[in-house]
Design a binder for this molecule. Structure first.
Ligand code: PLP
Length: 467
């Protein structure tokens, strides 16, 4: 059934995809292994099994082109918030002076979930597998609090304990997110904390340490090793998380088809660790790699304050600051890099998902970056035009969408642009307040700073000839 009268395309609950799309067998160059920091060799599966739920580890390395979504899980999605709507951004088009159907802007609305972002797509899935495996607790880190809220919600659905290490600066700046997590029964610690050895090390240096995602990851990993009934959960970067998000792109494809569009021209998403962008683009990338969408442009958007793909190097690096977790081949600004406190907390990660790194390194996708003032300005334009106030992360995708739409208008081109509305910004109103009162600052990362973090002696050297 098509409900397109008001520019909104809906699907029925029974149209929730029945499988996830796995991009691993189609990648233009093979997936790189995770490396054990102890010996510099590919990590044996036992290592991953000690950290993550078993089913997730299997999915991480699966070469199956698709992986079935369990029926119970689809029912839970159907009961809570999926399928999510696809909107034609008619209000935004109008405010950009775009008339008629030559340029069409669509967005997939992932702010529809109970916690306001795409994160529950993988959070519910991981909690589901953890429960099935007989685990008692999941532990994780969170930056802005979106992922922590998502996992707390997921764990609460299945009666699992949930512990969240929250980057201290966000813990202080975003008390609302902490309250939401606690409402879902989670335990929330400001990171660095006194509860782990990694945390204590940073607190000794600075009792008011603002924290970073890398430090919080180290703390959560350490916590997860306390008991076999506790496992670690990640909200981005790794293959299985990107896999769980492909439900988004598959729905979007079906929704576009219902309004007669089989070949979008441009797909856009913001990139922190890369999960929402991947979720939307992977089903389309698969078609592009199989020659079905040869002209499709796919653009990931980063903040200028943390441009991992745009300005980092594609090389081996630690995923976390304390160098406890595995070494990964990815675009990185260096694991010791602590980004400026921009409002898009979810985009403040030094690395990028290996899948995105491979796709970018092979020119299947591209990346761009924007300053936070121009980003929040576009976010505000969107709010006025469409009525939904975007998360600062999401506003990065909106800024690029606006630029692309105006370029097409200037060149009299026909374009269908699709972007991922990864989440709403109801917990991020301070960013908008600062913008409106002219207090919002931009941070540009200098080449010297990047060089410094990347030439650190702690950067790992991995012998690739061994695999
Ligand atoms: C977490 C988050 C992001 C960034 O994470 P990705 O894994 O890159 O998607 C973007 N937008 C929102 C709303 C988020 O919560």
């Amino acid at each position: 059934m098509v409900d397109y009268f008001n520019g909104r395309v809906l699907l029925q609950p029974n149209e929730i995809p029945k499988e996830w799309v796995n991009i691993l067998p189609d990648l233009p160059s093979p997936m790189t292994p995770l490396i054990n920091p102890m010996d510099g060799k590919p990590a044996p599966p036992e290592m991953a099994l000690a950290i993550f739920p078993k089913e997730c580890v299997m999915q991480e390395i699966s070469q199956e082109p698709t992986i079935p979504i369990p029926k119970d899980l689809r029912e839970i999605f159907a009961r809570s918030y999926r399928p999510s709507p696809l909107h034609r951004a008619l209000g935004l088009e109008k405010s950009l002076g775009i008339e008629g159907d030559d340029i069409k802007i669509f967005y997939k609305n992932e702010s529809y979930s109970p916690t306001g972002s795409h994160k529950p797509n993988t959070a519910i899935t991981q909690a589901y597998y953890a429960k099935k495996e007989g685990l008692e607790e999941l532990v994780t880190e969170t930056g802005a609090g979106q992922w922590g809220s998502g996992l707390s919600y997921g764990c609460n659905l299945f009666g699992l304990k949930c512990t969240v290490y929250m980057v201290r600066i966000s813990f202080i700046q975003k008390p609302g997110r902490k309250i939401l997590m606690e409402a879902y029964n989670a335990k929330v610690h400001a990171s660095p904390s006194k509860f782990t050895e990694s945390g204590k090390k940073f607190l000794e240096k600075d009792p008011e340490h603002p924290g970073s995602l890398g430090i919080a990851i180290s703390e959560a990993l350490e916590h997860s090793l306390k008991s076999e009934k506790i496992k670690y959960s990640l909200g981005s970067v790794v293959n299985f998380v990107l896999l769980h998000q492909t439900i988004v792109g598959q729905e979007a494809k079906l929704q576009l088809a219902k309004v007669g569009i089989t070949k979008p021209d441009i797909i856009i998403g913001c990139m922190g660790g890369g999960s929402n962008f991947s979720g939307l683009m992977i089903p389309f990338v698969k078609d592009k790699l199989h020659g079905k969408l040869p002209d499709l442009e796919i653009i990931g958007v980063e903040p200028r304050a943390c441009p991992s793909v745009c300005k980092g190097q594609y090389r081996w690096d630690f995923g976390d600051t304390s160098m406890k977790g595995p070494i990964v081949k990815m675009y990185t600004l260096g694991h010791s890099f602590i980004p400026s406190p921009i409002h898009a907390g979810g985009l403040r990660y030094h690395g990028m998902a290996p899948i995105i790194s491979i796709l970018n390194n092979n020119n299947v996708i591209s990346a761009t970056m924007h300053h936070q003032t121009e980003v929040i300005k576009s976010g505000l334009l969107f709010t006025k035009a469409e009525g939904i106030l975007p998360a600062p992360e999401t506003a990065h995708a909106i800024k690029e969408t606006v630029d692309q739409a105006l370029k097409a208008k200037e060149n009299n081109e026909k374009k269908v642009i699709l972007f991922n509305f990864s989440g709403h910004g109801f917990f991020d109103l301070l960013a908008y307040k600062q913008y409106m009162s002219g207090e919002l600052e931009d941070y540009e990362l200098s080449s010297e700073e990047i060089q410094k973090a990347l030439s650190s002696r702690e950067m790992p050297n991995i012998d690739e000839s061994q695999f």
